[in-house]
Design a binder for this molecule. Structure first.
Ligand SMILES: [Zn+2]
Length: 236
């Protein structure tokens, strides 16, 4: 299939950027957007990035997004946003959740939107369901069937803690394609460890972690390293 994908709003910090709470919409929606595009392409689909990063204001951002979308013939336009208004920064053990907008009940995007809601709610987000809006600019002016995904709430601690951009992207991809992109675990940097010497016999390579003018500070670091299992010593 062919898709247009964009993150809503200008980038963080610019005029007409997205909502800011515990999460920053314009940062997270770009991470999700990049991951969605990468997964779609890895699965063999065509995905165009129609994000606008330099609009002069909100309506300019929207116009430029729509112009980019309408330059391609696609099956679906996907707009990625994060919601705000939950006002639950302390956390109440309940997410406020996901909702997806389509233009109307007869939009061809509706069944995809329902699947995206179901997949995101399978991650643990409350399913607020598919909603209709004839006034959202992107839904109104794109020529392909369009959906606007409000992934979760930026101002709900429960949403923010549950949220992971890769899982969010995988759920969107599964919702729109029915396919699961195999997601390798994020590789963690190897634990620091003493290296077995492999060079010339007798050559020791020492790893220094700090230099301190106050002895107490050096002692403190040594204790910290010993507590972490390293054979630390102080040299002057
Ligand atoms: Zn938004």
């Amino acid at each position: 299939m062919k898709f247009n994908v964009h993150a809503g709003h200008n980038p963080a910090g610019k005029i007409a950027c997205g909502a800011v709470g515990l999460l920053n919409e314009s940062i997270e929606n770009r991470k999700v957007k990049d991951e969605v595009i990468a997964q779609l392409q890895a699965l063999g689909h065509t995905a165009y990035d129609c994000t606008e990063n330099n609009g002069s204001g909100q309506s300019d951002v929207l116009k430029k997004i729509v112009a980019k979308c309408n330059a391609h013939d696609v099956d679906l336009d996907i707009s990625i946003h994060f919601n705000s208004g939950a006002k639950d920064k302390e956390g109440n053990k309940k997410t406020t959740g996901v909702e997806v907008f389509v233009f109307s009940a007869s939009s061809e995007a509706k069944t995809y939107a329902e699947k995206v809601c179901a997949e995101i709610s399978a991650l643990g987000f409350r399913n607020r369901g598919v909603k209709y809006s004839t006034s959202l600019y992107v839904l109104k002016h794109t020529k392909a069937p369009a959906m606007l995904i409000e992934c979760c709430f930026v101002d709900d601690k429960d949403d923010a803690e549950l949220y992971d951009y890769r899982k969010m992207a995988s759920s969107i991809v599964k919702g729109i394609t029915g396919q699961v992109y195999y997601q390798p675990e994020e590789t963690k940097p190897a634990e620091p460890d003493e290296e077995t010497p492999v060079g010339d016999k007798g050559t020791l390579y020492r790893v220094q972690v700090g230099a301190y003018s106050v002895k107490e500070n050096a002692e403190a670091m040594k204790e910290k390293l010993r507590a972490a299992g390293f054979d630390a010593f102080i040299a002057s």
